[in-house]
Design a protein around this ligand. Sequence first.
Ligand SMILES: NC(=O)c1ccc[n+]([C@@H]2O[C@H](COP(=O)([O-])OP(=O)(O)OC[C@H]3O[C@@H](n4cnc5c(N)ncnc54)[C@H](O)[C@@H]3O)[C@@H](O)[C@H]2O)c1
Ligand SMILES: [Fe+2]
Length: 390
Amino acid sequence: MQEFDLKTKVYFGENALDHLLDKDSKCAFIVADPFTVKSGLIKNVTDRLDATDVPYLIYDDVVPDPPMDKVIIGVQKALDLRPDCIMAVGGGSAIDFTKAVKMFAHRADPTFDPPFVAIPTTSGTGSEVTEVSVITDPVKKIKYPLVSEELIADVAILDAELVKTVPKTITADTGMDIITHAIEAFVSTGNSEFSDALAERAIKLCCRYLCRSYLNANDMEARGKIHVASCMAGMAFNEAGLGLNHGMAHQLGARFHIPHGRANAMLLPCIISYNSDITNMTIPHENLPACVKKYCEIAASLGIVNFNEVSTVRSFMNYIKILTREMDMPCCIKDVGGITKEEYFAAIDEMADAALLDATTKTNPRVPKKEDIVAIYEALWDLHRDDDRY
Ligand SMILES: NC(=O)c1ccc[n+]([C@@H]2O[C@H](COP(=O)([O-])OP(=O)(O)OC[C@H]3O[C@@H](n4cnc5c(N)ncnc54)[C@H](O)[C@@H]3O)[C@@H](O)[C@H]2O)c1
Ligand SMILES: [Fe+2]
């Protein structure tokens, strides 16, 4: 038996934030990304609350890759304030932070259970509809996904007005996070027809609109489509799970603060190649892993078909490499900058252990061995876009 749940009510499209005009709250706790406060972006939310006389308090001590010590401070604030509504306004980091704050506050005091509204200001993580919150342990230098139904938002508001200010690099990083979510969900061992449908549509939307969104921040049609794609990919992987790509990317984020989507994008062609086992030329075509057919299905939905399955997967990988090149993204760790070869190679052993244990790795279509992960991390140091190792 399989199950497919959609708990979050999603408001989307032009003026989706007007949903806030119906809010009847006596005390809202807004946890916001500091950028949204400094830039005035938060006014899109607070003006609507002001219009209906909803009192609120803004808390903006949120950092990318939120660490547990900050979550503990947030829990105390929430318990002191006792809001009747909690809102997260920001990227995946702010939403994940708020989810963890709400869950731990509830565990500390079971009477603390305000409704939770997630308002993303980046199009990438899909965190507004997932039961995941990724928290960083800066001492152990690992990122660990908390997974619980308690973390799911009651309401998500997708208003593309809030993503217009996202700069090019972050549009590229977060956009590649969406594509990675959708591809990993599609080939995951936990997939279903429902998650496949959402993932396939999310990939199509990204391939059609991501470069447009990257090239013109004010292209509202493209921004709107990518914002919806992010949420659809979130719904897909929330049910289907992710894979080794995320398991390995989490470690690059925790150790070297490589933005999450950028780490995913660098790994993506390597993981597709590894899962498909297409560098192993001695495998007869009829013995190729089952996920090869799934990758071919995604490729075909984008119009990418070559003379056999292996060459179709290769063409699909090339398409991803071209997409990242068009958005000026690095394709190996050396090109990220600020990381020495010595420190990177010294971290590989521990990163491989952590990637094996990462909760997202469990649903990867190929069961990885530690030496496989080490080899991928090693190759990633100076991988060239036309490098055939992966
Ligand atoms: N919960 C999940 O299901 C899930 C899934 C994937 C990733 N994640 C996690 O989410 C985090 C990444 O989230 P993200 O990629 O959204 O980035 P982010 O939230 O870390 O934000 C990246 C940067 O963008 C800025 N920013 C946010 N909104 C902006 C806007 N509208 N205009 C300009 N700048 C803006 C932020 O201030 C920050 O500097 C990682 O910790 C990752 O592990 C969570
Ligand atoms: Fe992700």
